[in-house]
Design a protein around this ligand. Structure first.
Ligand code: GSH
Length: 217
């Protein structure tokens, strides 16, 4: 059976779990425990990046969530990743934009400059926060505009791996209290969260405050 190593609430891990669930493949979700010698040996042998998610499917091992999602989708012959190279380019473009800009330049800076210090008692630098929120808004506006244009999914009428990246990587948004709203993004998100494949994966899903679980990240 396919194994997907992830960590509790990893946004990138969630993006791959969502993809596997939407594809209806049989897979085991493994919350990676570095203290477990069996898990550690398998993880170390395959994840040269030392990051989750990591997929293992027989003799195939893949890290990087986009590579995993493409592999799974093509393995299943699913339209979540198109066969036509022009359509592939569009899906790749949005998937990379979501990962590189919406998440890494939008969500993560707000998380680190505002949310983390608010939880750890660290110093909040208002200039850094303002810059992070400005960057967040810049990329979320692009996504909101695109979803307004398609009226359905990230690239059009067809659900694709770009939607799985966006859904997995934006769950943490609820914590960030950014003072803007993105109505097309919000209704897209509610629509996908009500789908069977999402509810099956996260039956009682609510963002868990990792600081309350671990004390520190
Ligand atoms: N570019 C990677 C990012 C993976 C990543 O940053 N994973 C985090 C968890 S969300 C991780 O494994 N962090 C552990 C570490 O950096 O040691 C992907 O798309 O899969």
């Amino acid at each position: 059976m396919i194994k997907i190593y992830t960590s509790l609430q990893s946004p990138f891990g969630n993006a791959s779990l969502i993809c596997a669930s939407a594809l209806n493949v049989d897979f085991a979700r493994i919350i990676y425990d570095p203290e477990d010698p069996k898990q550690q040996a398998e993880f170390d042998a395959h994840s040269l990046s030392q990051k989750v998610p990591l997929l293992i499917d027989g003799d195939v091992a893949v890290f990087e969530h986009i590579a995993i999602n493409k592999y799974l989708t093509q393995r299943q012959g699913s339209p979540f990743y198109p066969k036509d190279i022009k359509k592939q380019a569009v899906v790749d473009q949005w998937t990379l934009f979501i990962s590189n800009h919406v998440f890494l330049e939008g969500i993560r800076p707000v998380f680190r400059s505002q949310y983390v210090p608010s939880k750890t008692g660290g110093t909040i630098n208002p200039t850094q926060v303002a810059y992070a929120i400005h960057s967040f808004d810049r990329y979320f506006k692009v996504i909101d505009e695109q979803l307004k244009k398609t009226g359905k999914f990230v690239v059009g009428d067809q659900l694709t791996i770009a939607d799985f990246s966006l859904l997995g990587l934006t769950d943490v948004c609820e914590l960030l209290k950014v003072p803007y709203s993105y109505p097309h993004f919000e209704s897209w998100r509610e629509g996908l969260k009500s789908q069977e494949f999402y509810k099956r994966l996260f039956p009682t899903y609510q963002y868990i405050d990792l600081f309350e679980v671990y004390g520190l990240l």
